[in-house]
Design a binder for this molecule. Structure first.
Ligand SMILES: C[S@@+](CC[C@H](N)C(=O)[O-])C[C@H]1O[C@@H](n2cnc3c(N)ncnc32)[C@H](O)[C@@H]1O
Length: 343
């Protein structure tokens, strides 16, 4: 049922996570109290009763806490519901230290361009060339992002926030950037990945590579250069290449072309450090696998030929692109780092 994600989306748009957070870790607010803090675009006051209905959905799914208390001491039957933050909600609230959260990614994934594409998941089963996103929106996501500034802004922001959160966790344990002097981020968006990595490695120089309209919005950071281009043609040279969330957007054939461009840009014995989800060979009911297979449906809906892959499938791509080996070297939550080595 779409009511749960879309109720959460409504709460984010209304600023409810921030309102609960600012009230403090132990605060429990009624919908009446929350509604008074909602800033409505037209200056009208928010409807507390409808807000309460929305919050009950979130409470039933442990996204907010709900405490029932007597509303009036003289009438113990009359109760009121009070709501508070949960650890899950914290992921949707901008961190005090970094300003990052998963809210932009959640708003992106629940945008109507994606939810409309999900109406057509049956289409690529009936015809493997069918593209749900194109059926729903009339063009490919990459073409929408080039012209729709609202969606493009949301896309770039959500990638930058997600990257900041996941790459900072990776940098706690992964040591594969040590000893490098230059690192190229292929499909690096506005450069958030590299800015994070360079901040930990003062001797490292970074080249952020993406499409022209994306690098035009590139962030400015010490030792970070932006280069525009097309990874199907070529990518800039560097000691090593980093990629995050690129291969799952593309078909096997396209991935081999991208990987061949990367291979050509690497020195002998160079490596590609690739961060992506690795699908297990068999299904299970763990949260990680549930997220992974649902992300696979997102890829089927949004990108022709896009898919989550098993380690065996990554090894086949690497072999077809001329890499000598692939090693799974780190895992952060649902994302893994695979090093593709050039012989
Ligand atoms: C899913 S996003 C990942 C962004 C970033 N790596 C991250 O994880 O935050 C895919 C990126 O690939 C870029 N891209 C798509 N086609 C490209 C091409 N032909 N050449 C270079 N970059 C491309 C997109 O503009 C986008 O920034």
């Amino acid at each position: 049922m779409c009511a749960v994600p879309l109720s959460l989306k409504a709460a984010i748009l209304l600023g409810v996570p921030e309102i609960l957070n600012e009230a403090g870790p132990d605060a429990k607010l009624t919908s009446e109290e929350i509604s008074k803090l909602i800033v409505s675009p037209g200056g009208t006051s928010a409807d507390a009763e409808n807000l309460d209905r929305l919050l009950r959905v979130l409470a039933c799914h442990n996204i907010v806490t709900e405490t029932c208390v007597a509303a009036c001491p003289s009438n113990p039957q009359a109760t009121e519901r009070r709501y508070g933050v949960t650890p899950v909600l914290k992921y949707l609230i901008a961190s005090n230290e970094t300003g990052m959260s998963l809210s932009p990614l959640f708003l992106l994934r629940t945008d109507s361009v994606y939810t409309s594409a999900f109406q057509y998941l049956h289409a690529p089963v009936l015809d493997r060339n069918a593209e749900p996103f194109v059926i729903a929106n009339g063009k490919k996501i990459i073409d929408v992002l080039e012209t729709d500034s609202r969606l493009s802004e949301l896309f770039d922001t959500s990638m930058a926030h997600h990257t900041h959160m996941w790459v900072s966790m990776l940098l706690e344990t992964y040591r594969g950037f040590e000893g490098l002097t230059s690192l190229v981020d292929v499909g690096g968006g506005v450069g958030a990945n590299l800015a994070m990595i360079l901040s930990r490695y003062p001797d490292l120089r970074g080249i952020n590579f993406d499409l022209p309209h994306v690098v035009a919005k590139g962030i400015q950071s010490p030792r970070l250069e932006h280069v525009a281009g097309d990874f199907f043609q070529s990518v800039p040279r560097g000691d090593a290449v980093w990629m995050k969330w690129i291969l799952h957007c593309w078909s096997d054939e396209s991935c081999v072309k991208i990987l061949k461009s990367v291979n050509r840009a690497l020195p002998p014995r160079g490596k590609l450090i690739n961060m992506d989800s690795v699908l297990p060979e068999t299904s299970d009911s763990s949260v990680e696998t549930q997220i992974n297979v649902c992300a696979d449906m997102l890829m089927m809906a949004a990108n022709k030929g896009g898919k989550q892959r098993t380690l065996t499938q990554f090894r086949k791509l690497a072999q077809d692109a001329g890499f000598s080996s692939v090693h799974l070297v780190a895992t952060v939550d649902t994302l893994s780092v695979l090093e593709f080595h050039k012989g």
